[in-house]
Design a protein around this ligand. Structure first.
Ligand SMILES: [Mn+2]
Length: 320
C-alpha cells in the first residue's frame, strides 16, 4: 500500500554489503521508487502477486501470500527474509548458520513471520501453493498460514525481531525498558519491527500513531527518532525517495484533527509540523489541502472505529 516501507530497506543496503540484497516487488511499485531501491544497492526482483483466496477484496492481507515466492529464489541456498517495516540495527549475518525456519516467537507456539531464515525450494513452494484453498490462517495473513505448514521451527532471540509495541498489560517498568531498547546508541537490538503506522509515513516531528486511538499502543517517539537518525545518515541522494505523497499529507492532517477534536491527553496534535517534507511535493498533484475538503464525507465514518486511516481519495479528486 505504501511505498515508503520498501524504501526503508535501503538503509540495510548501504550498511551491509557482504551479501546479495534482493527485494521482491510487485507491479504496484513505481519506476521512480525502483530507481531509488537500485540506487541503494538492491537487486530488484519483480514477482507476480499471490492472492489469498480467503481474504476480502482490497483488504490489507489480500496479497500477502506473495511471500511464498521466497521459496522460488532457488539461485540461493539460504535467505534471511526481512519484512519491509524493519530497521536493521546490527549485523545479522550469523543467521545464515541457522536452518529453515528460524524465527522469533510471536505468541504461544507460533513464530512471527517478519524475520525468517528460509531455504528456497520449488518443492516447498509447491507444498505452500497446494493447500492455499484449504488451510485456514488464524490471523488471515501469511504468518498464520506459514505456522500451519512449518509446525517445527527454531526459536531465535526476540532481539532479532523486536516488536515496537506496548502491550496493554505492560507495566511502567517494562515500558521504560522497551523505550531504552528502542533508543539505545550504540544499538542493543538487532532488528526493530515498526508496528502500526511506520515512521517514514509520519512527519518527522512525532510518531503519528499518537493521533489514532487504536494505534496509540504502537506510539513511541524514541523509536520514531531512531528511524530518523538512520534516515539522516543515509547518502543525501536517497532522501528524495522518502518524500510524502499528497494523499498521505492529507491523511496525517485528518488524523491530527480527529485527535484535536477528541482532545487526546498526550497532546501531540498540538505540535506544529516543521518537517520540510510537508512543503515538498514530487507528484503532479500537490494541493493536498483540497483533498481534506471532501475527506470523511464518503461513508467511511461508518467503520471509522476499525479503519485506522481514511480511504483512498477518488481518482477524480487526484487529477484536479
Ligand atoms: Mn510488519
Amino acid at each position: 500500500m505504501f511505498v515508503g516501507p520498501l524504501l526503508q530497506l535501503r538503509v540495510f543496503a548501504w550498511q551491509v554489503q557482504t551479501r546479495d540484497l534482493v527485494i521482491l516487488v510487485d507491479e504496484t511499485i513505481t519506476d521512480y521508487h525502483r530507481e531509488g531501491l537500485a540506487a541503494a544497492g538492491w537487486k530488484i526482483h519483480t514477482i507476480q502477486r499471490i492472492r489469498n483466496p480467503k481474504a476480502e477484496r482490497d483488504s490489507y492481507n489480500e496479497w500477502n501470500y506473495s511471500k511464498f515466492r521466497l521459496w522460488q529464489l532457488t539461485d540461493y541456498d539460504k535467505i534471511i527474509f526481512i519484512d519491509a517495516d524493519m530497521l536493521i540495527l546490527r549485523n545479522i549475518d550469523f543467521l545464515f548458520e541457522m536452518p529453515e525456519i528460524s524465527a522469533t516467537g510471536n505468541n504461544a507456539t507460533l513464530f512471527n513471520s517478519g524475520v525468517m531464515v528460509v531455504e528456497p525450494s520449488n518443492c516447498t513452494f509447491q507444498l505452500l501453493m497446494d493447500h492455499i484453498n484449504e488451510i485456514e490462517s488464524y490471523n488471515g495473513g501469511d504468518q498464520g498460514y506459514l505456522n500451519e505448514i512449518f509446525t517445527w521451527w527454531h526459536r531465535i532471540p526476540k532481539h532479532m525481531n523486536f516488536l515496537k509495541h506496548f502491550w496493554e498489560g505492560d507495566e511502567e517498568e517494562k515500558k521504560q525498558m522497551k523505550t531504552r531498547l528502542f533508543g539505545a546508541d550504540p544499538p542493543i537490538l538487532y532488528v526493530l519491527h515498526y508496528l502500526g503506522n511506520k515512521p517514514w509515513i509520519c512527519f518527522r516531528d512525532y510518531d503519528c500513531n499518537w493521533n489514532v486511538d487504536i494505534l496509540q499502543e504502537f506510539a513511541s517517539d524514541v523509536a520514531h527518532k531512531t528511524w530518523w537518525k538512520v534516515h539522516d545518515a543515509m547518502p543525501e541522494n536517497l532522501h528524495k525517495y522518502c518524500l510524502l505523497r499528497s494523499k498521505q499529507k492529507a491523511a496525517l492532517e485528518w488524523d491530527r484533527r480527529q485527535a484535536e477534536k477528541a482532545n487526546y491527553t498526550d497532546g501531540h496534535w498540538k505540535i506544529k509540523i516543521k518537517d520540510k517534507r510537508l512543503e515538498t511535493c514530487y507528484e503532479n498533484f500537490c494541493f493536498w489541502e483540497s483533498m481534506l475538503w471532501h475527506w470523511g464525507e464518503k461513508n467511511w465514518t461508518e467503520n471509522a472505529t476499525v479503519t485506522p486511516s481514511p480511504p483512498a481519495v477518488t481518482a477524480t479528486s487526484v487529477s484536479l
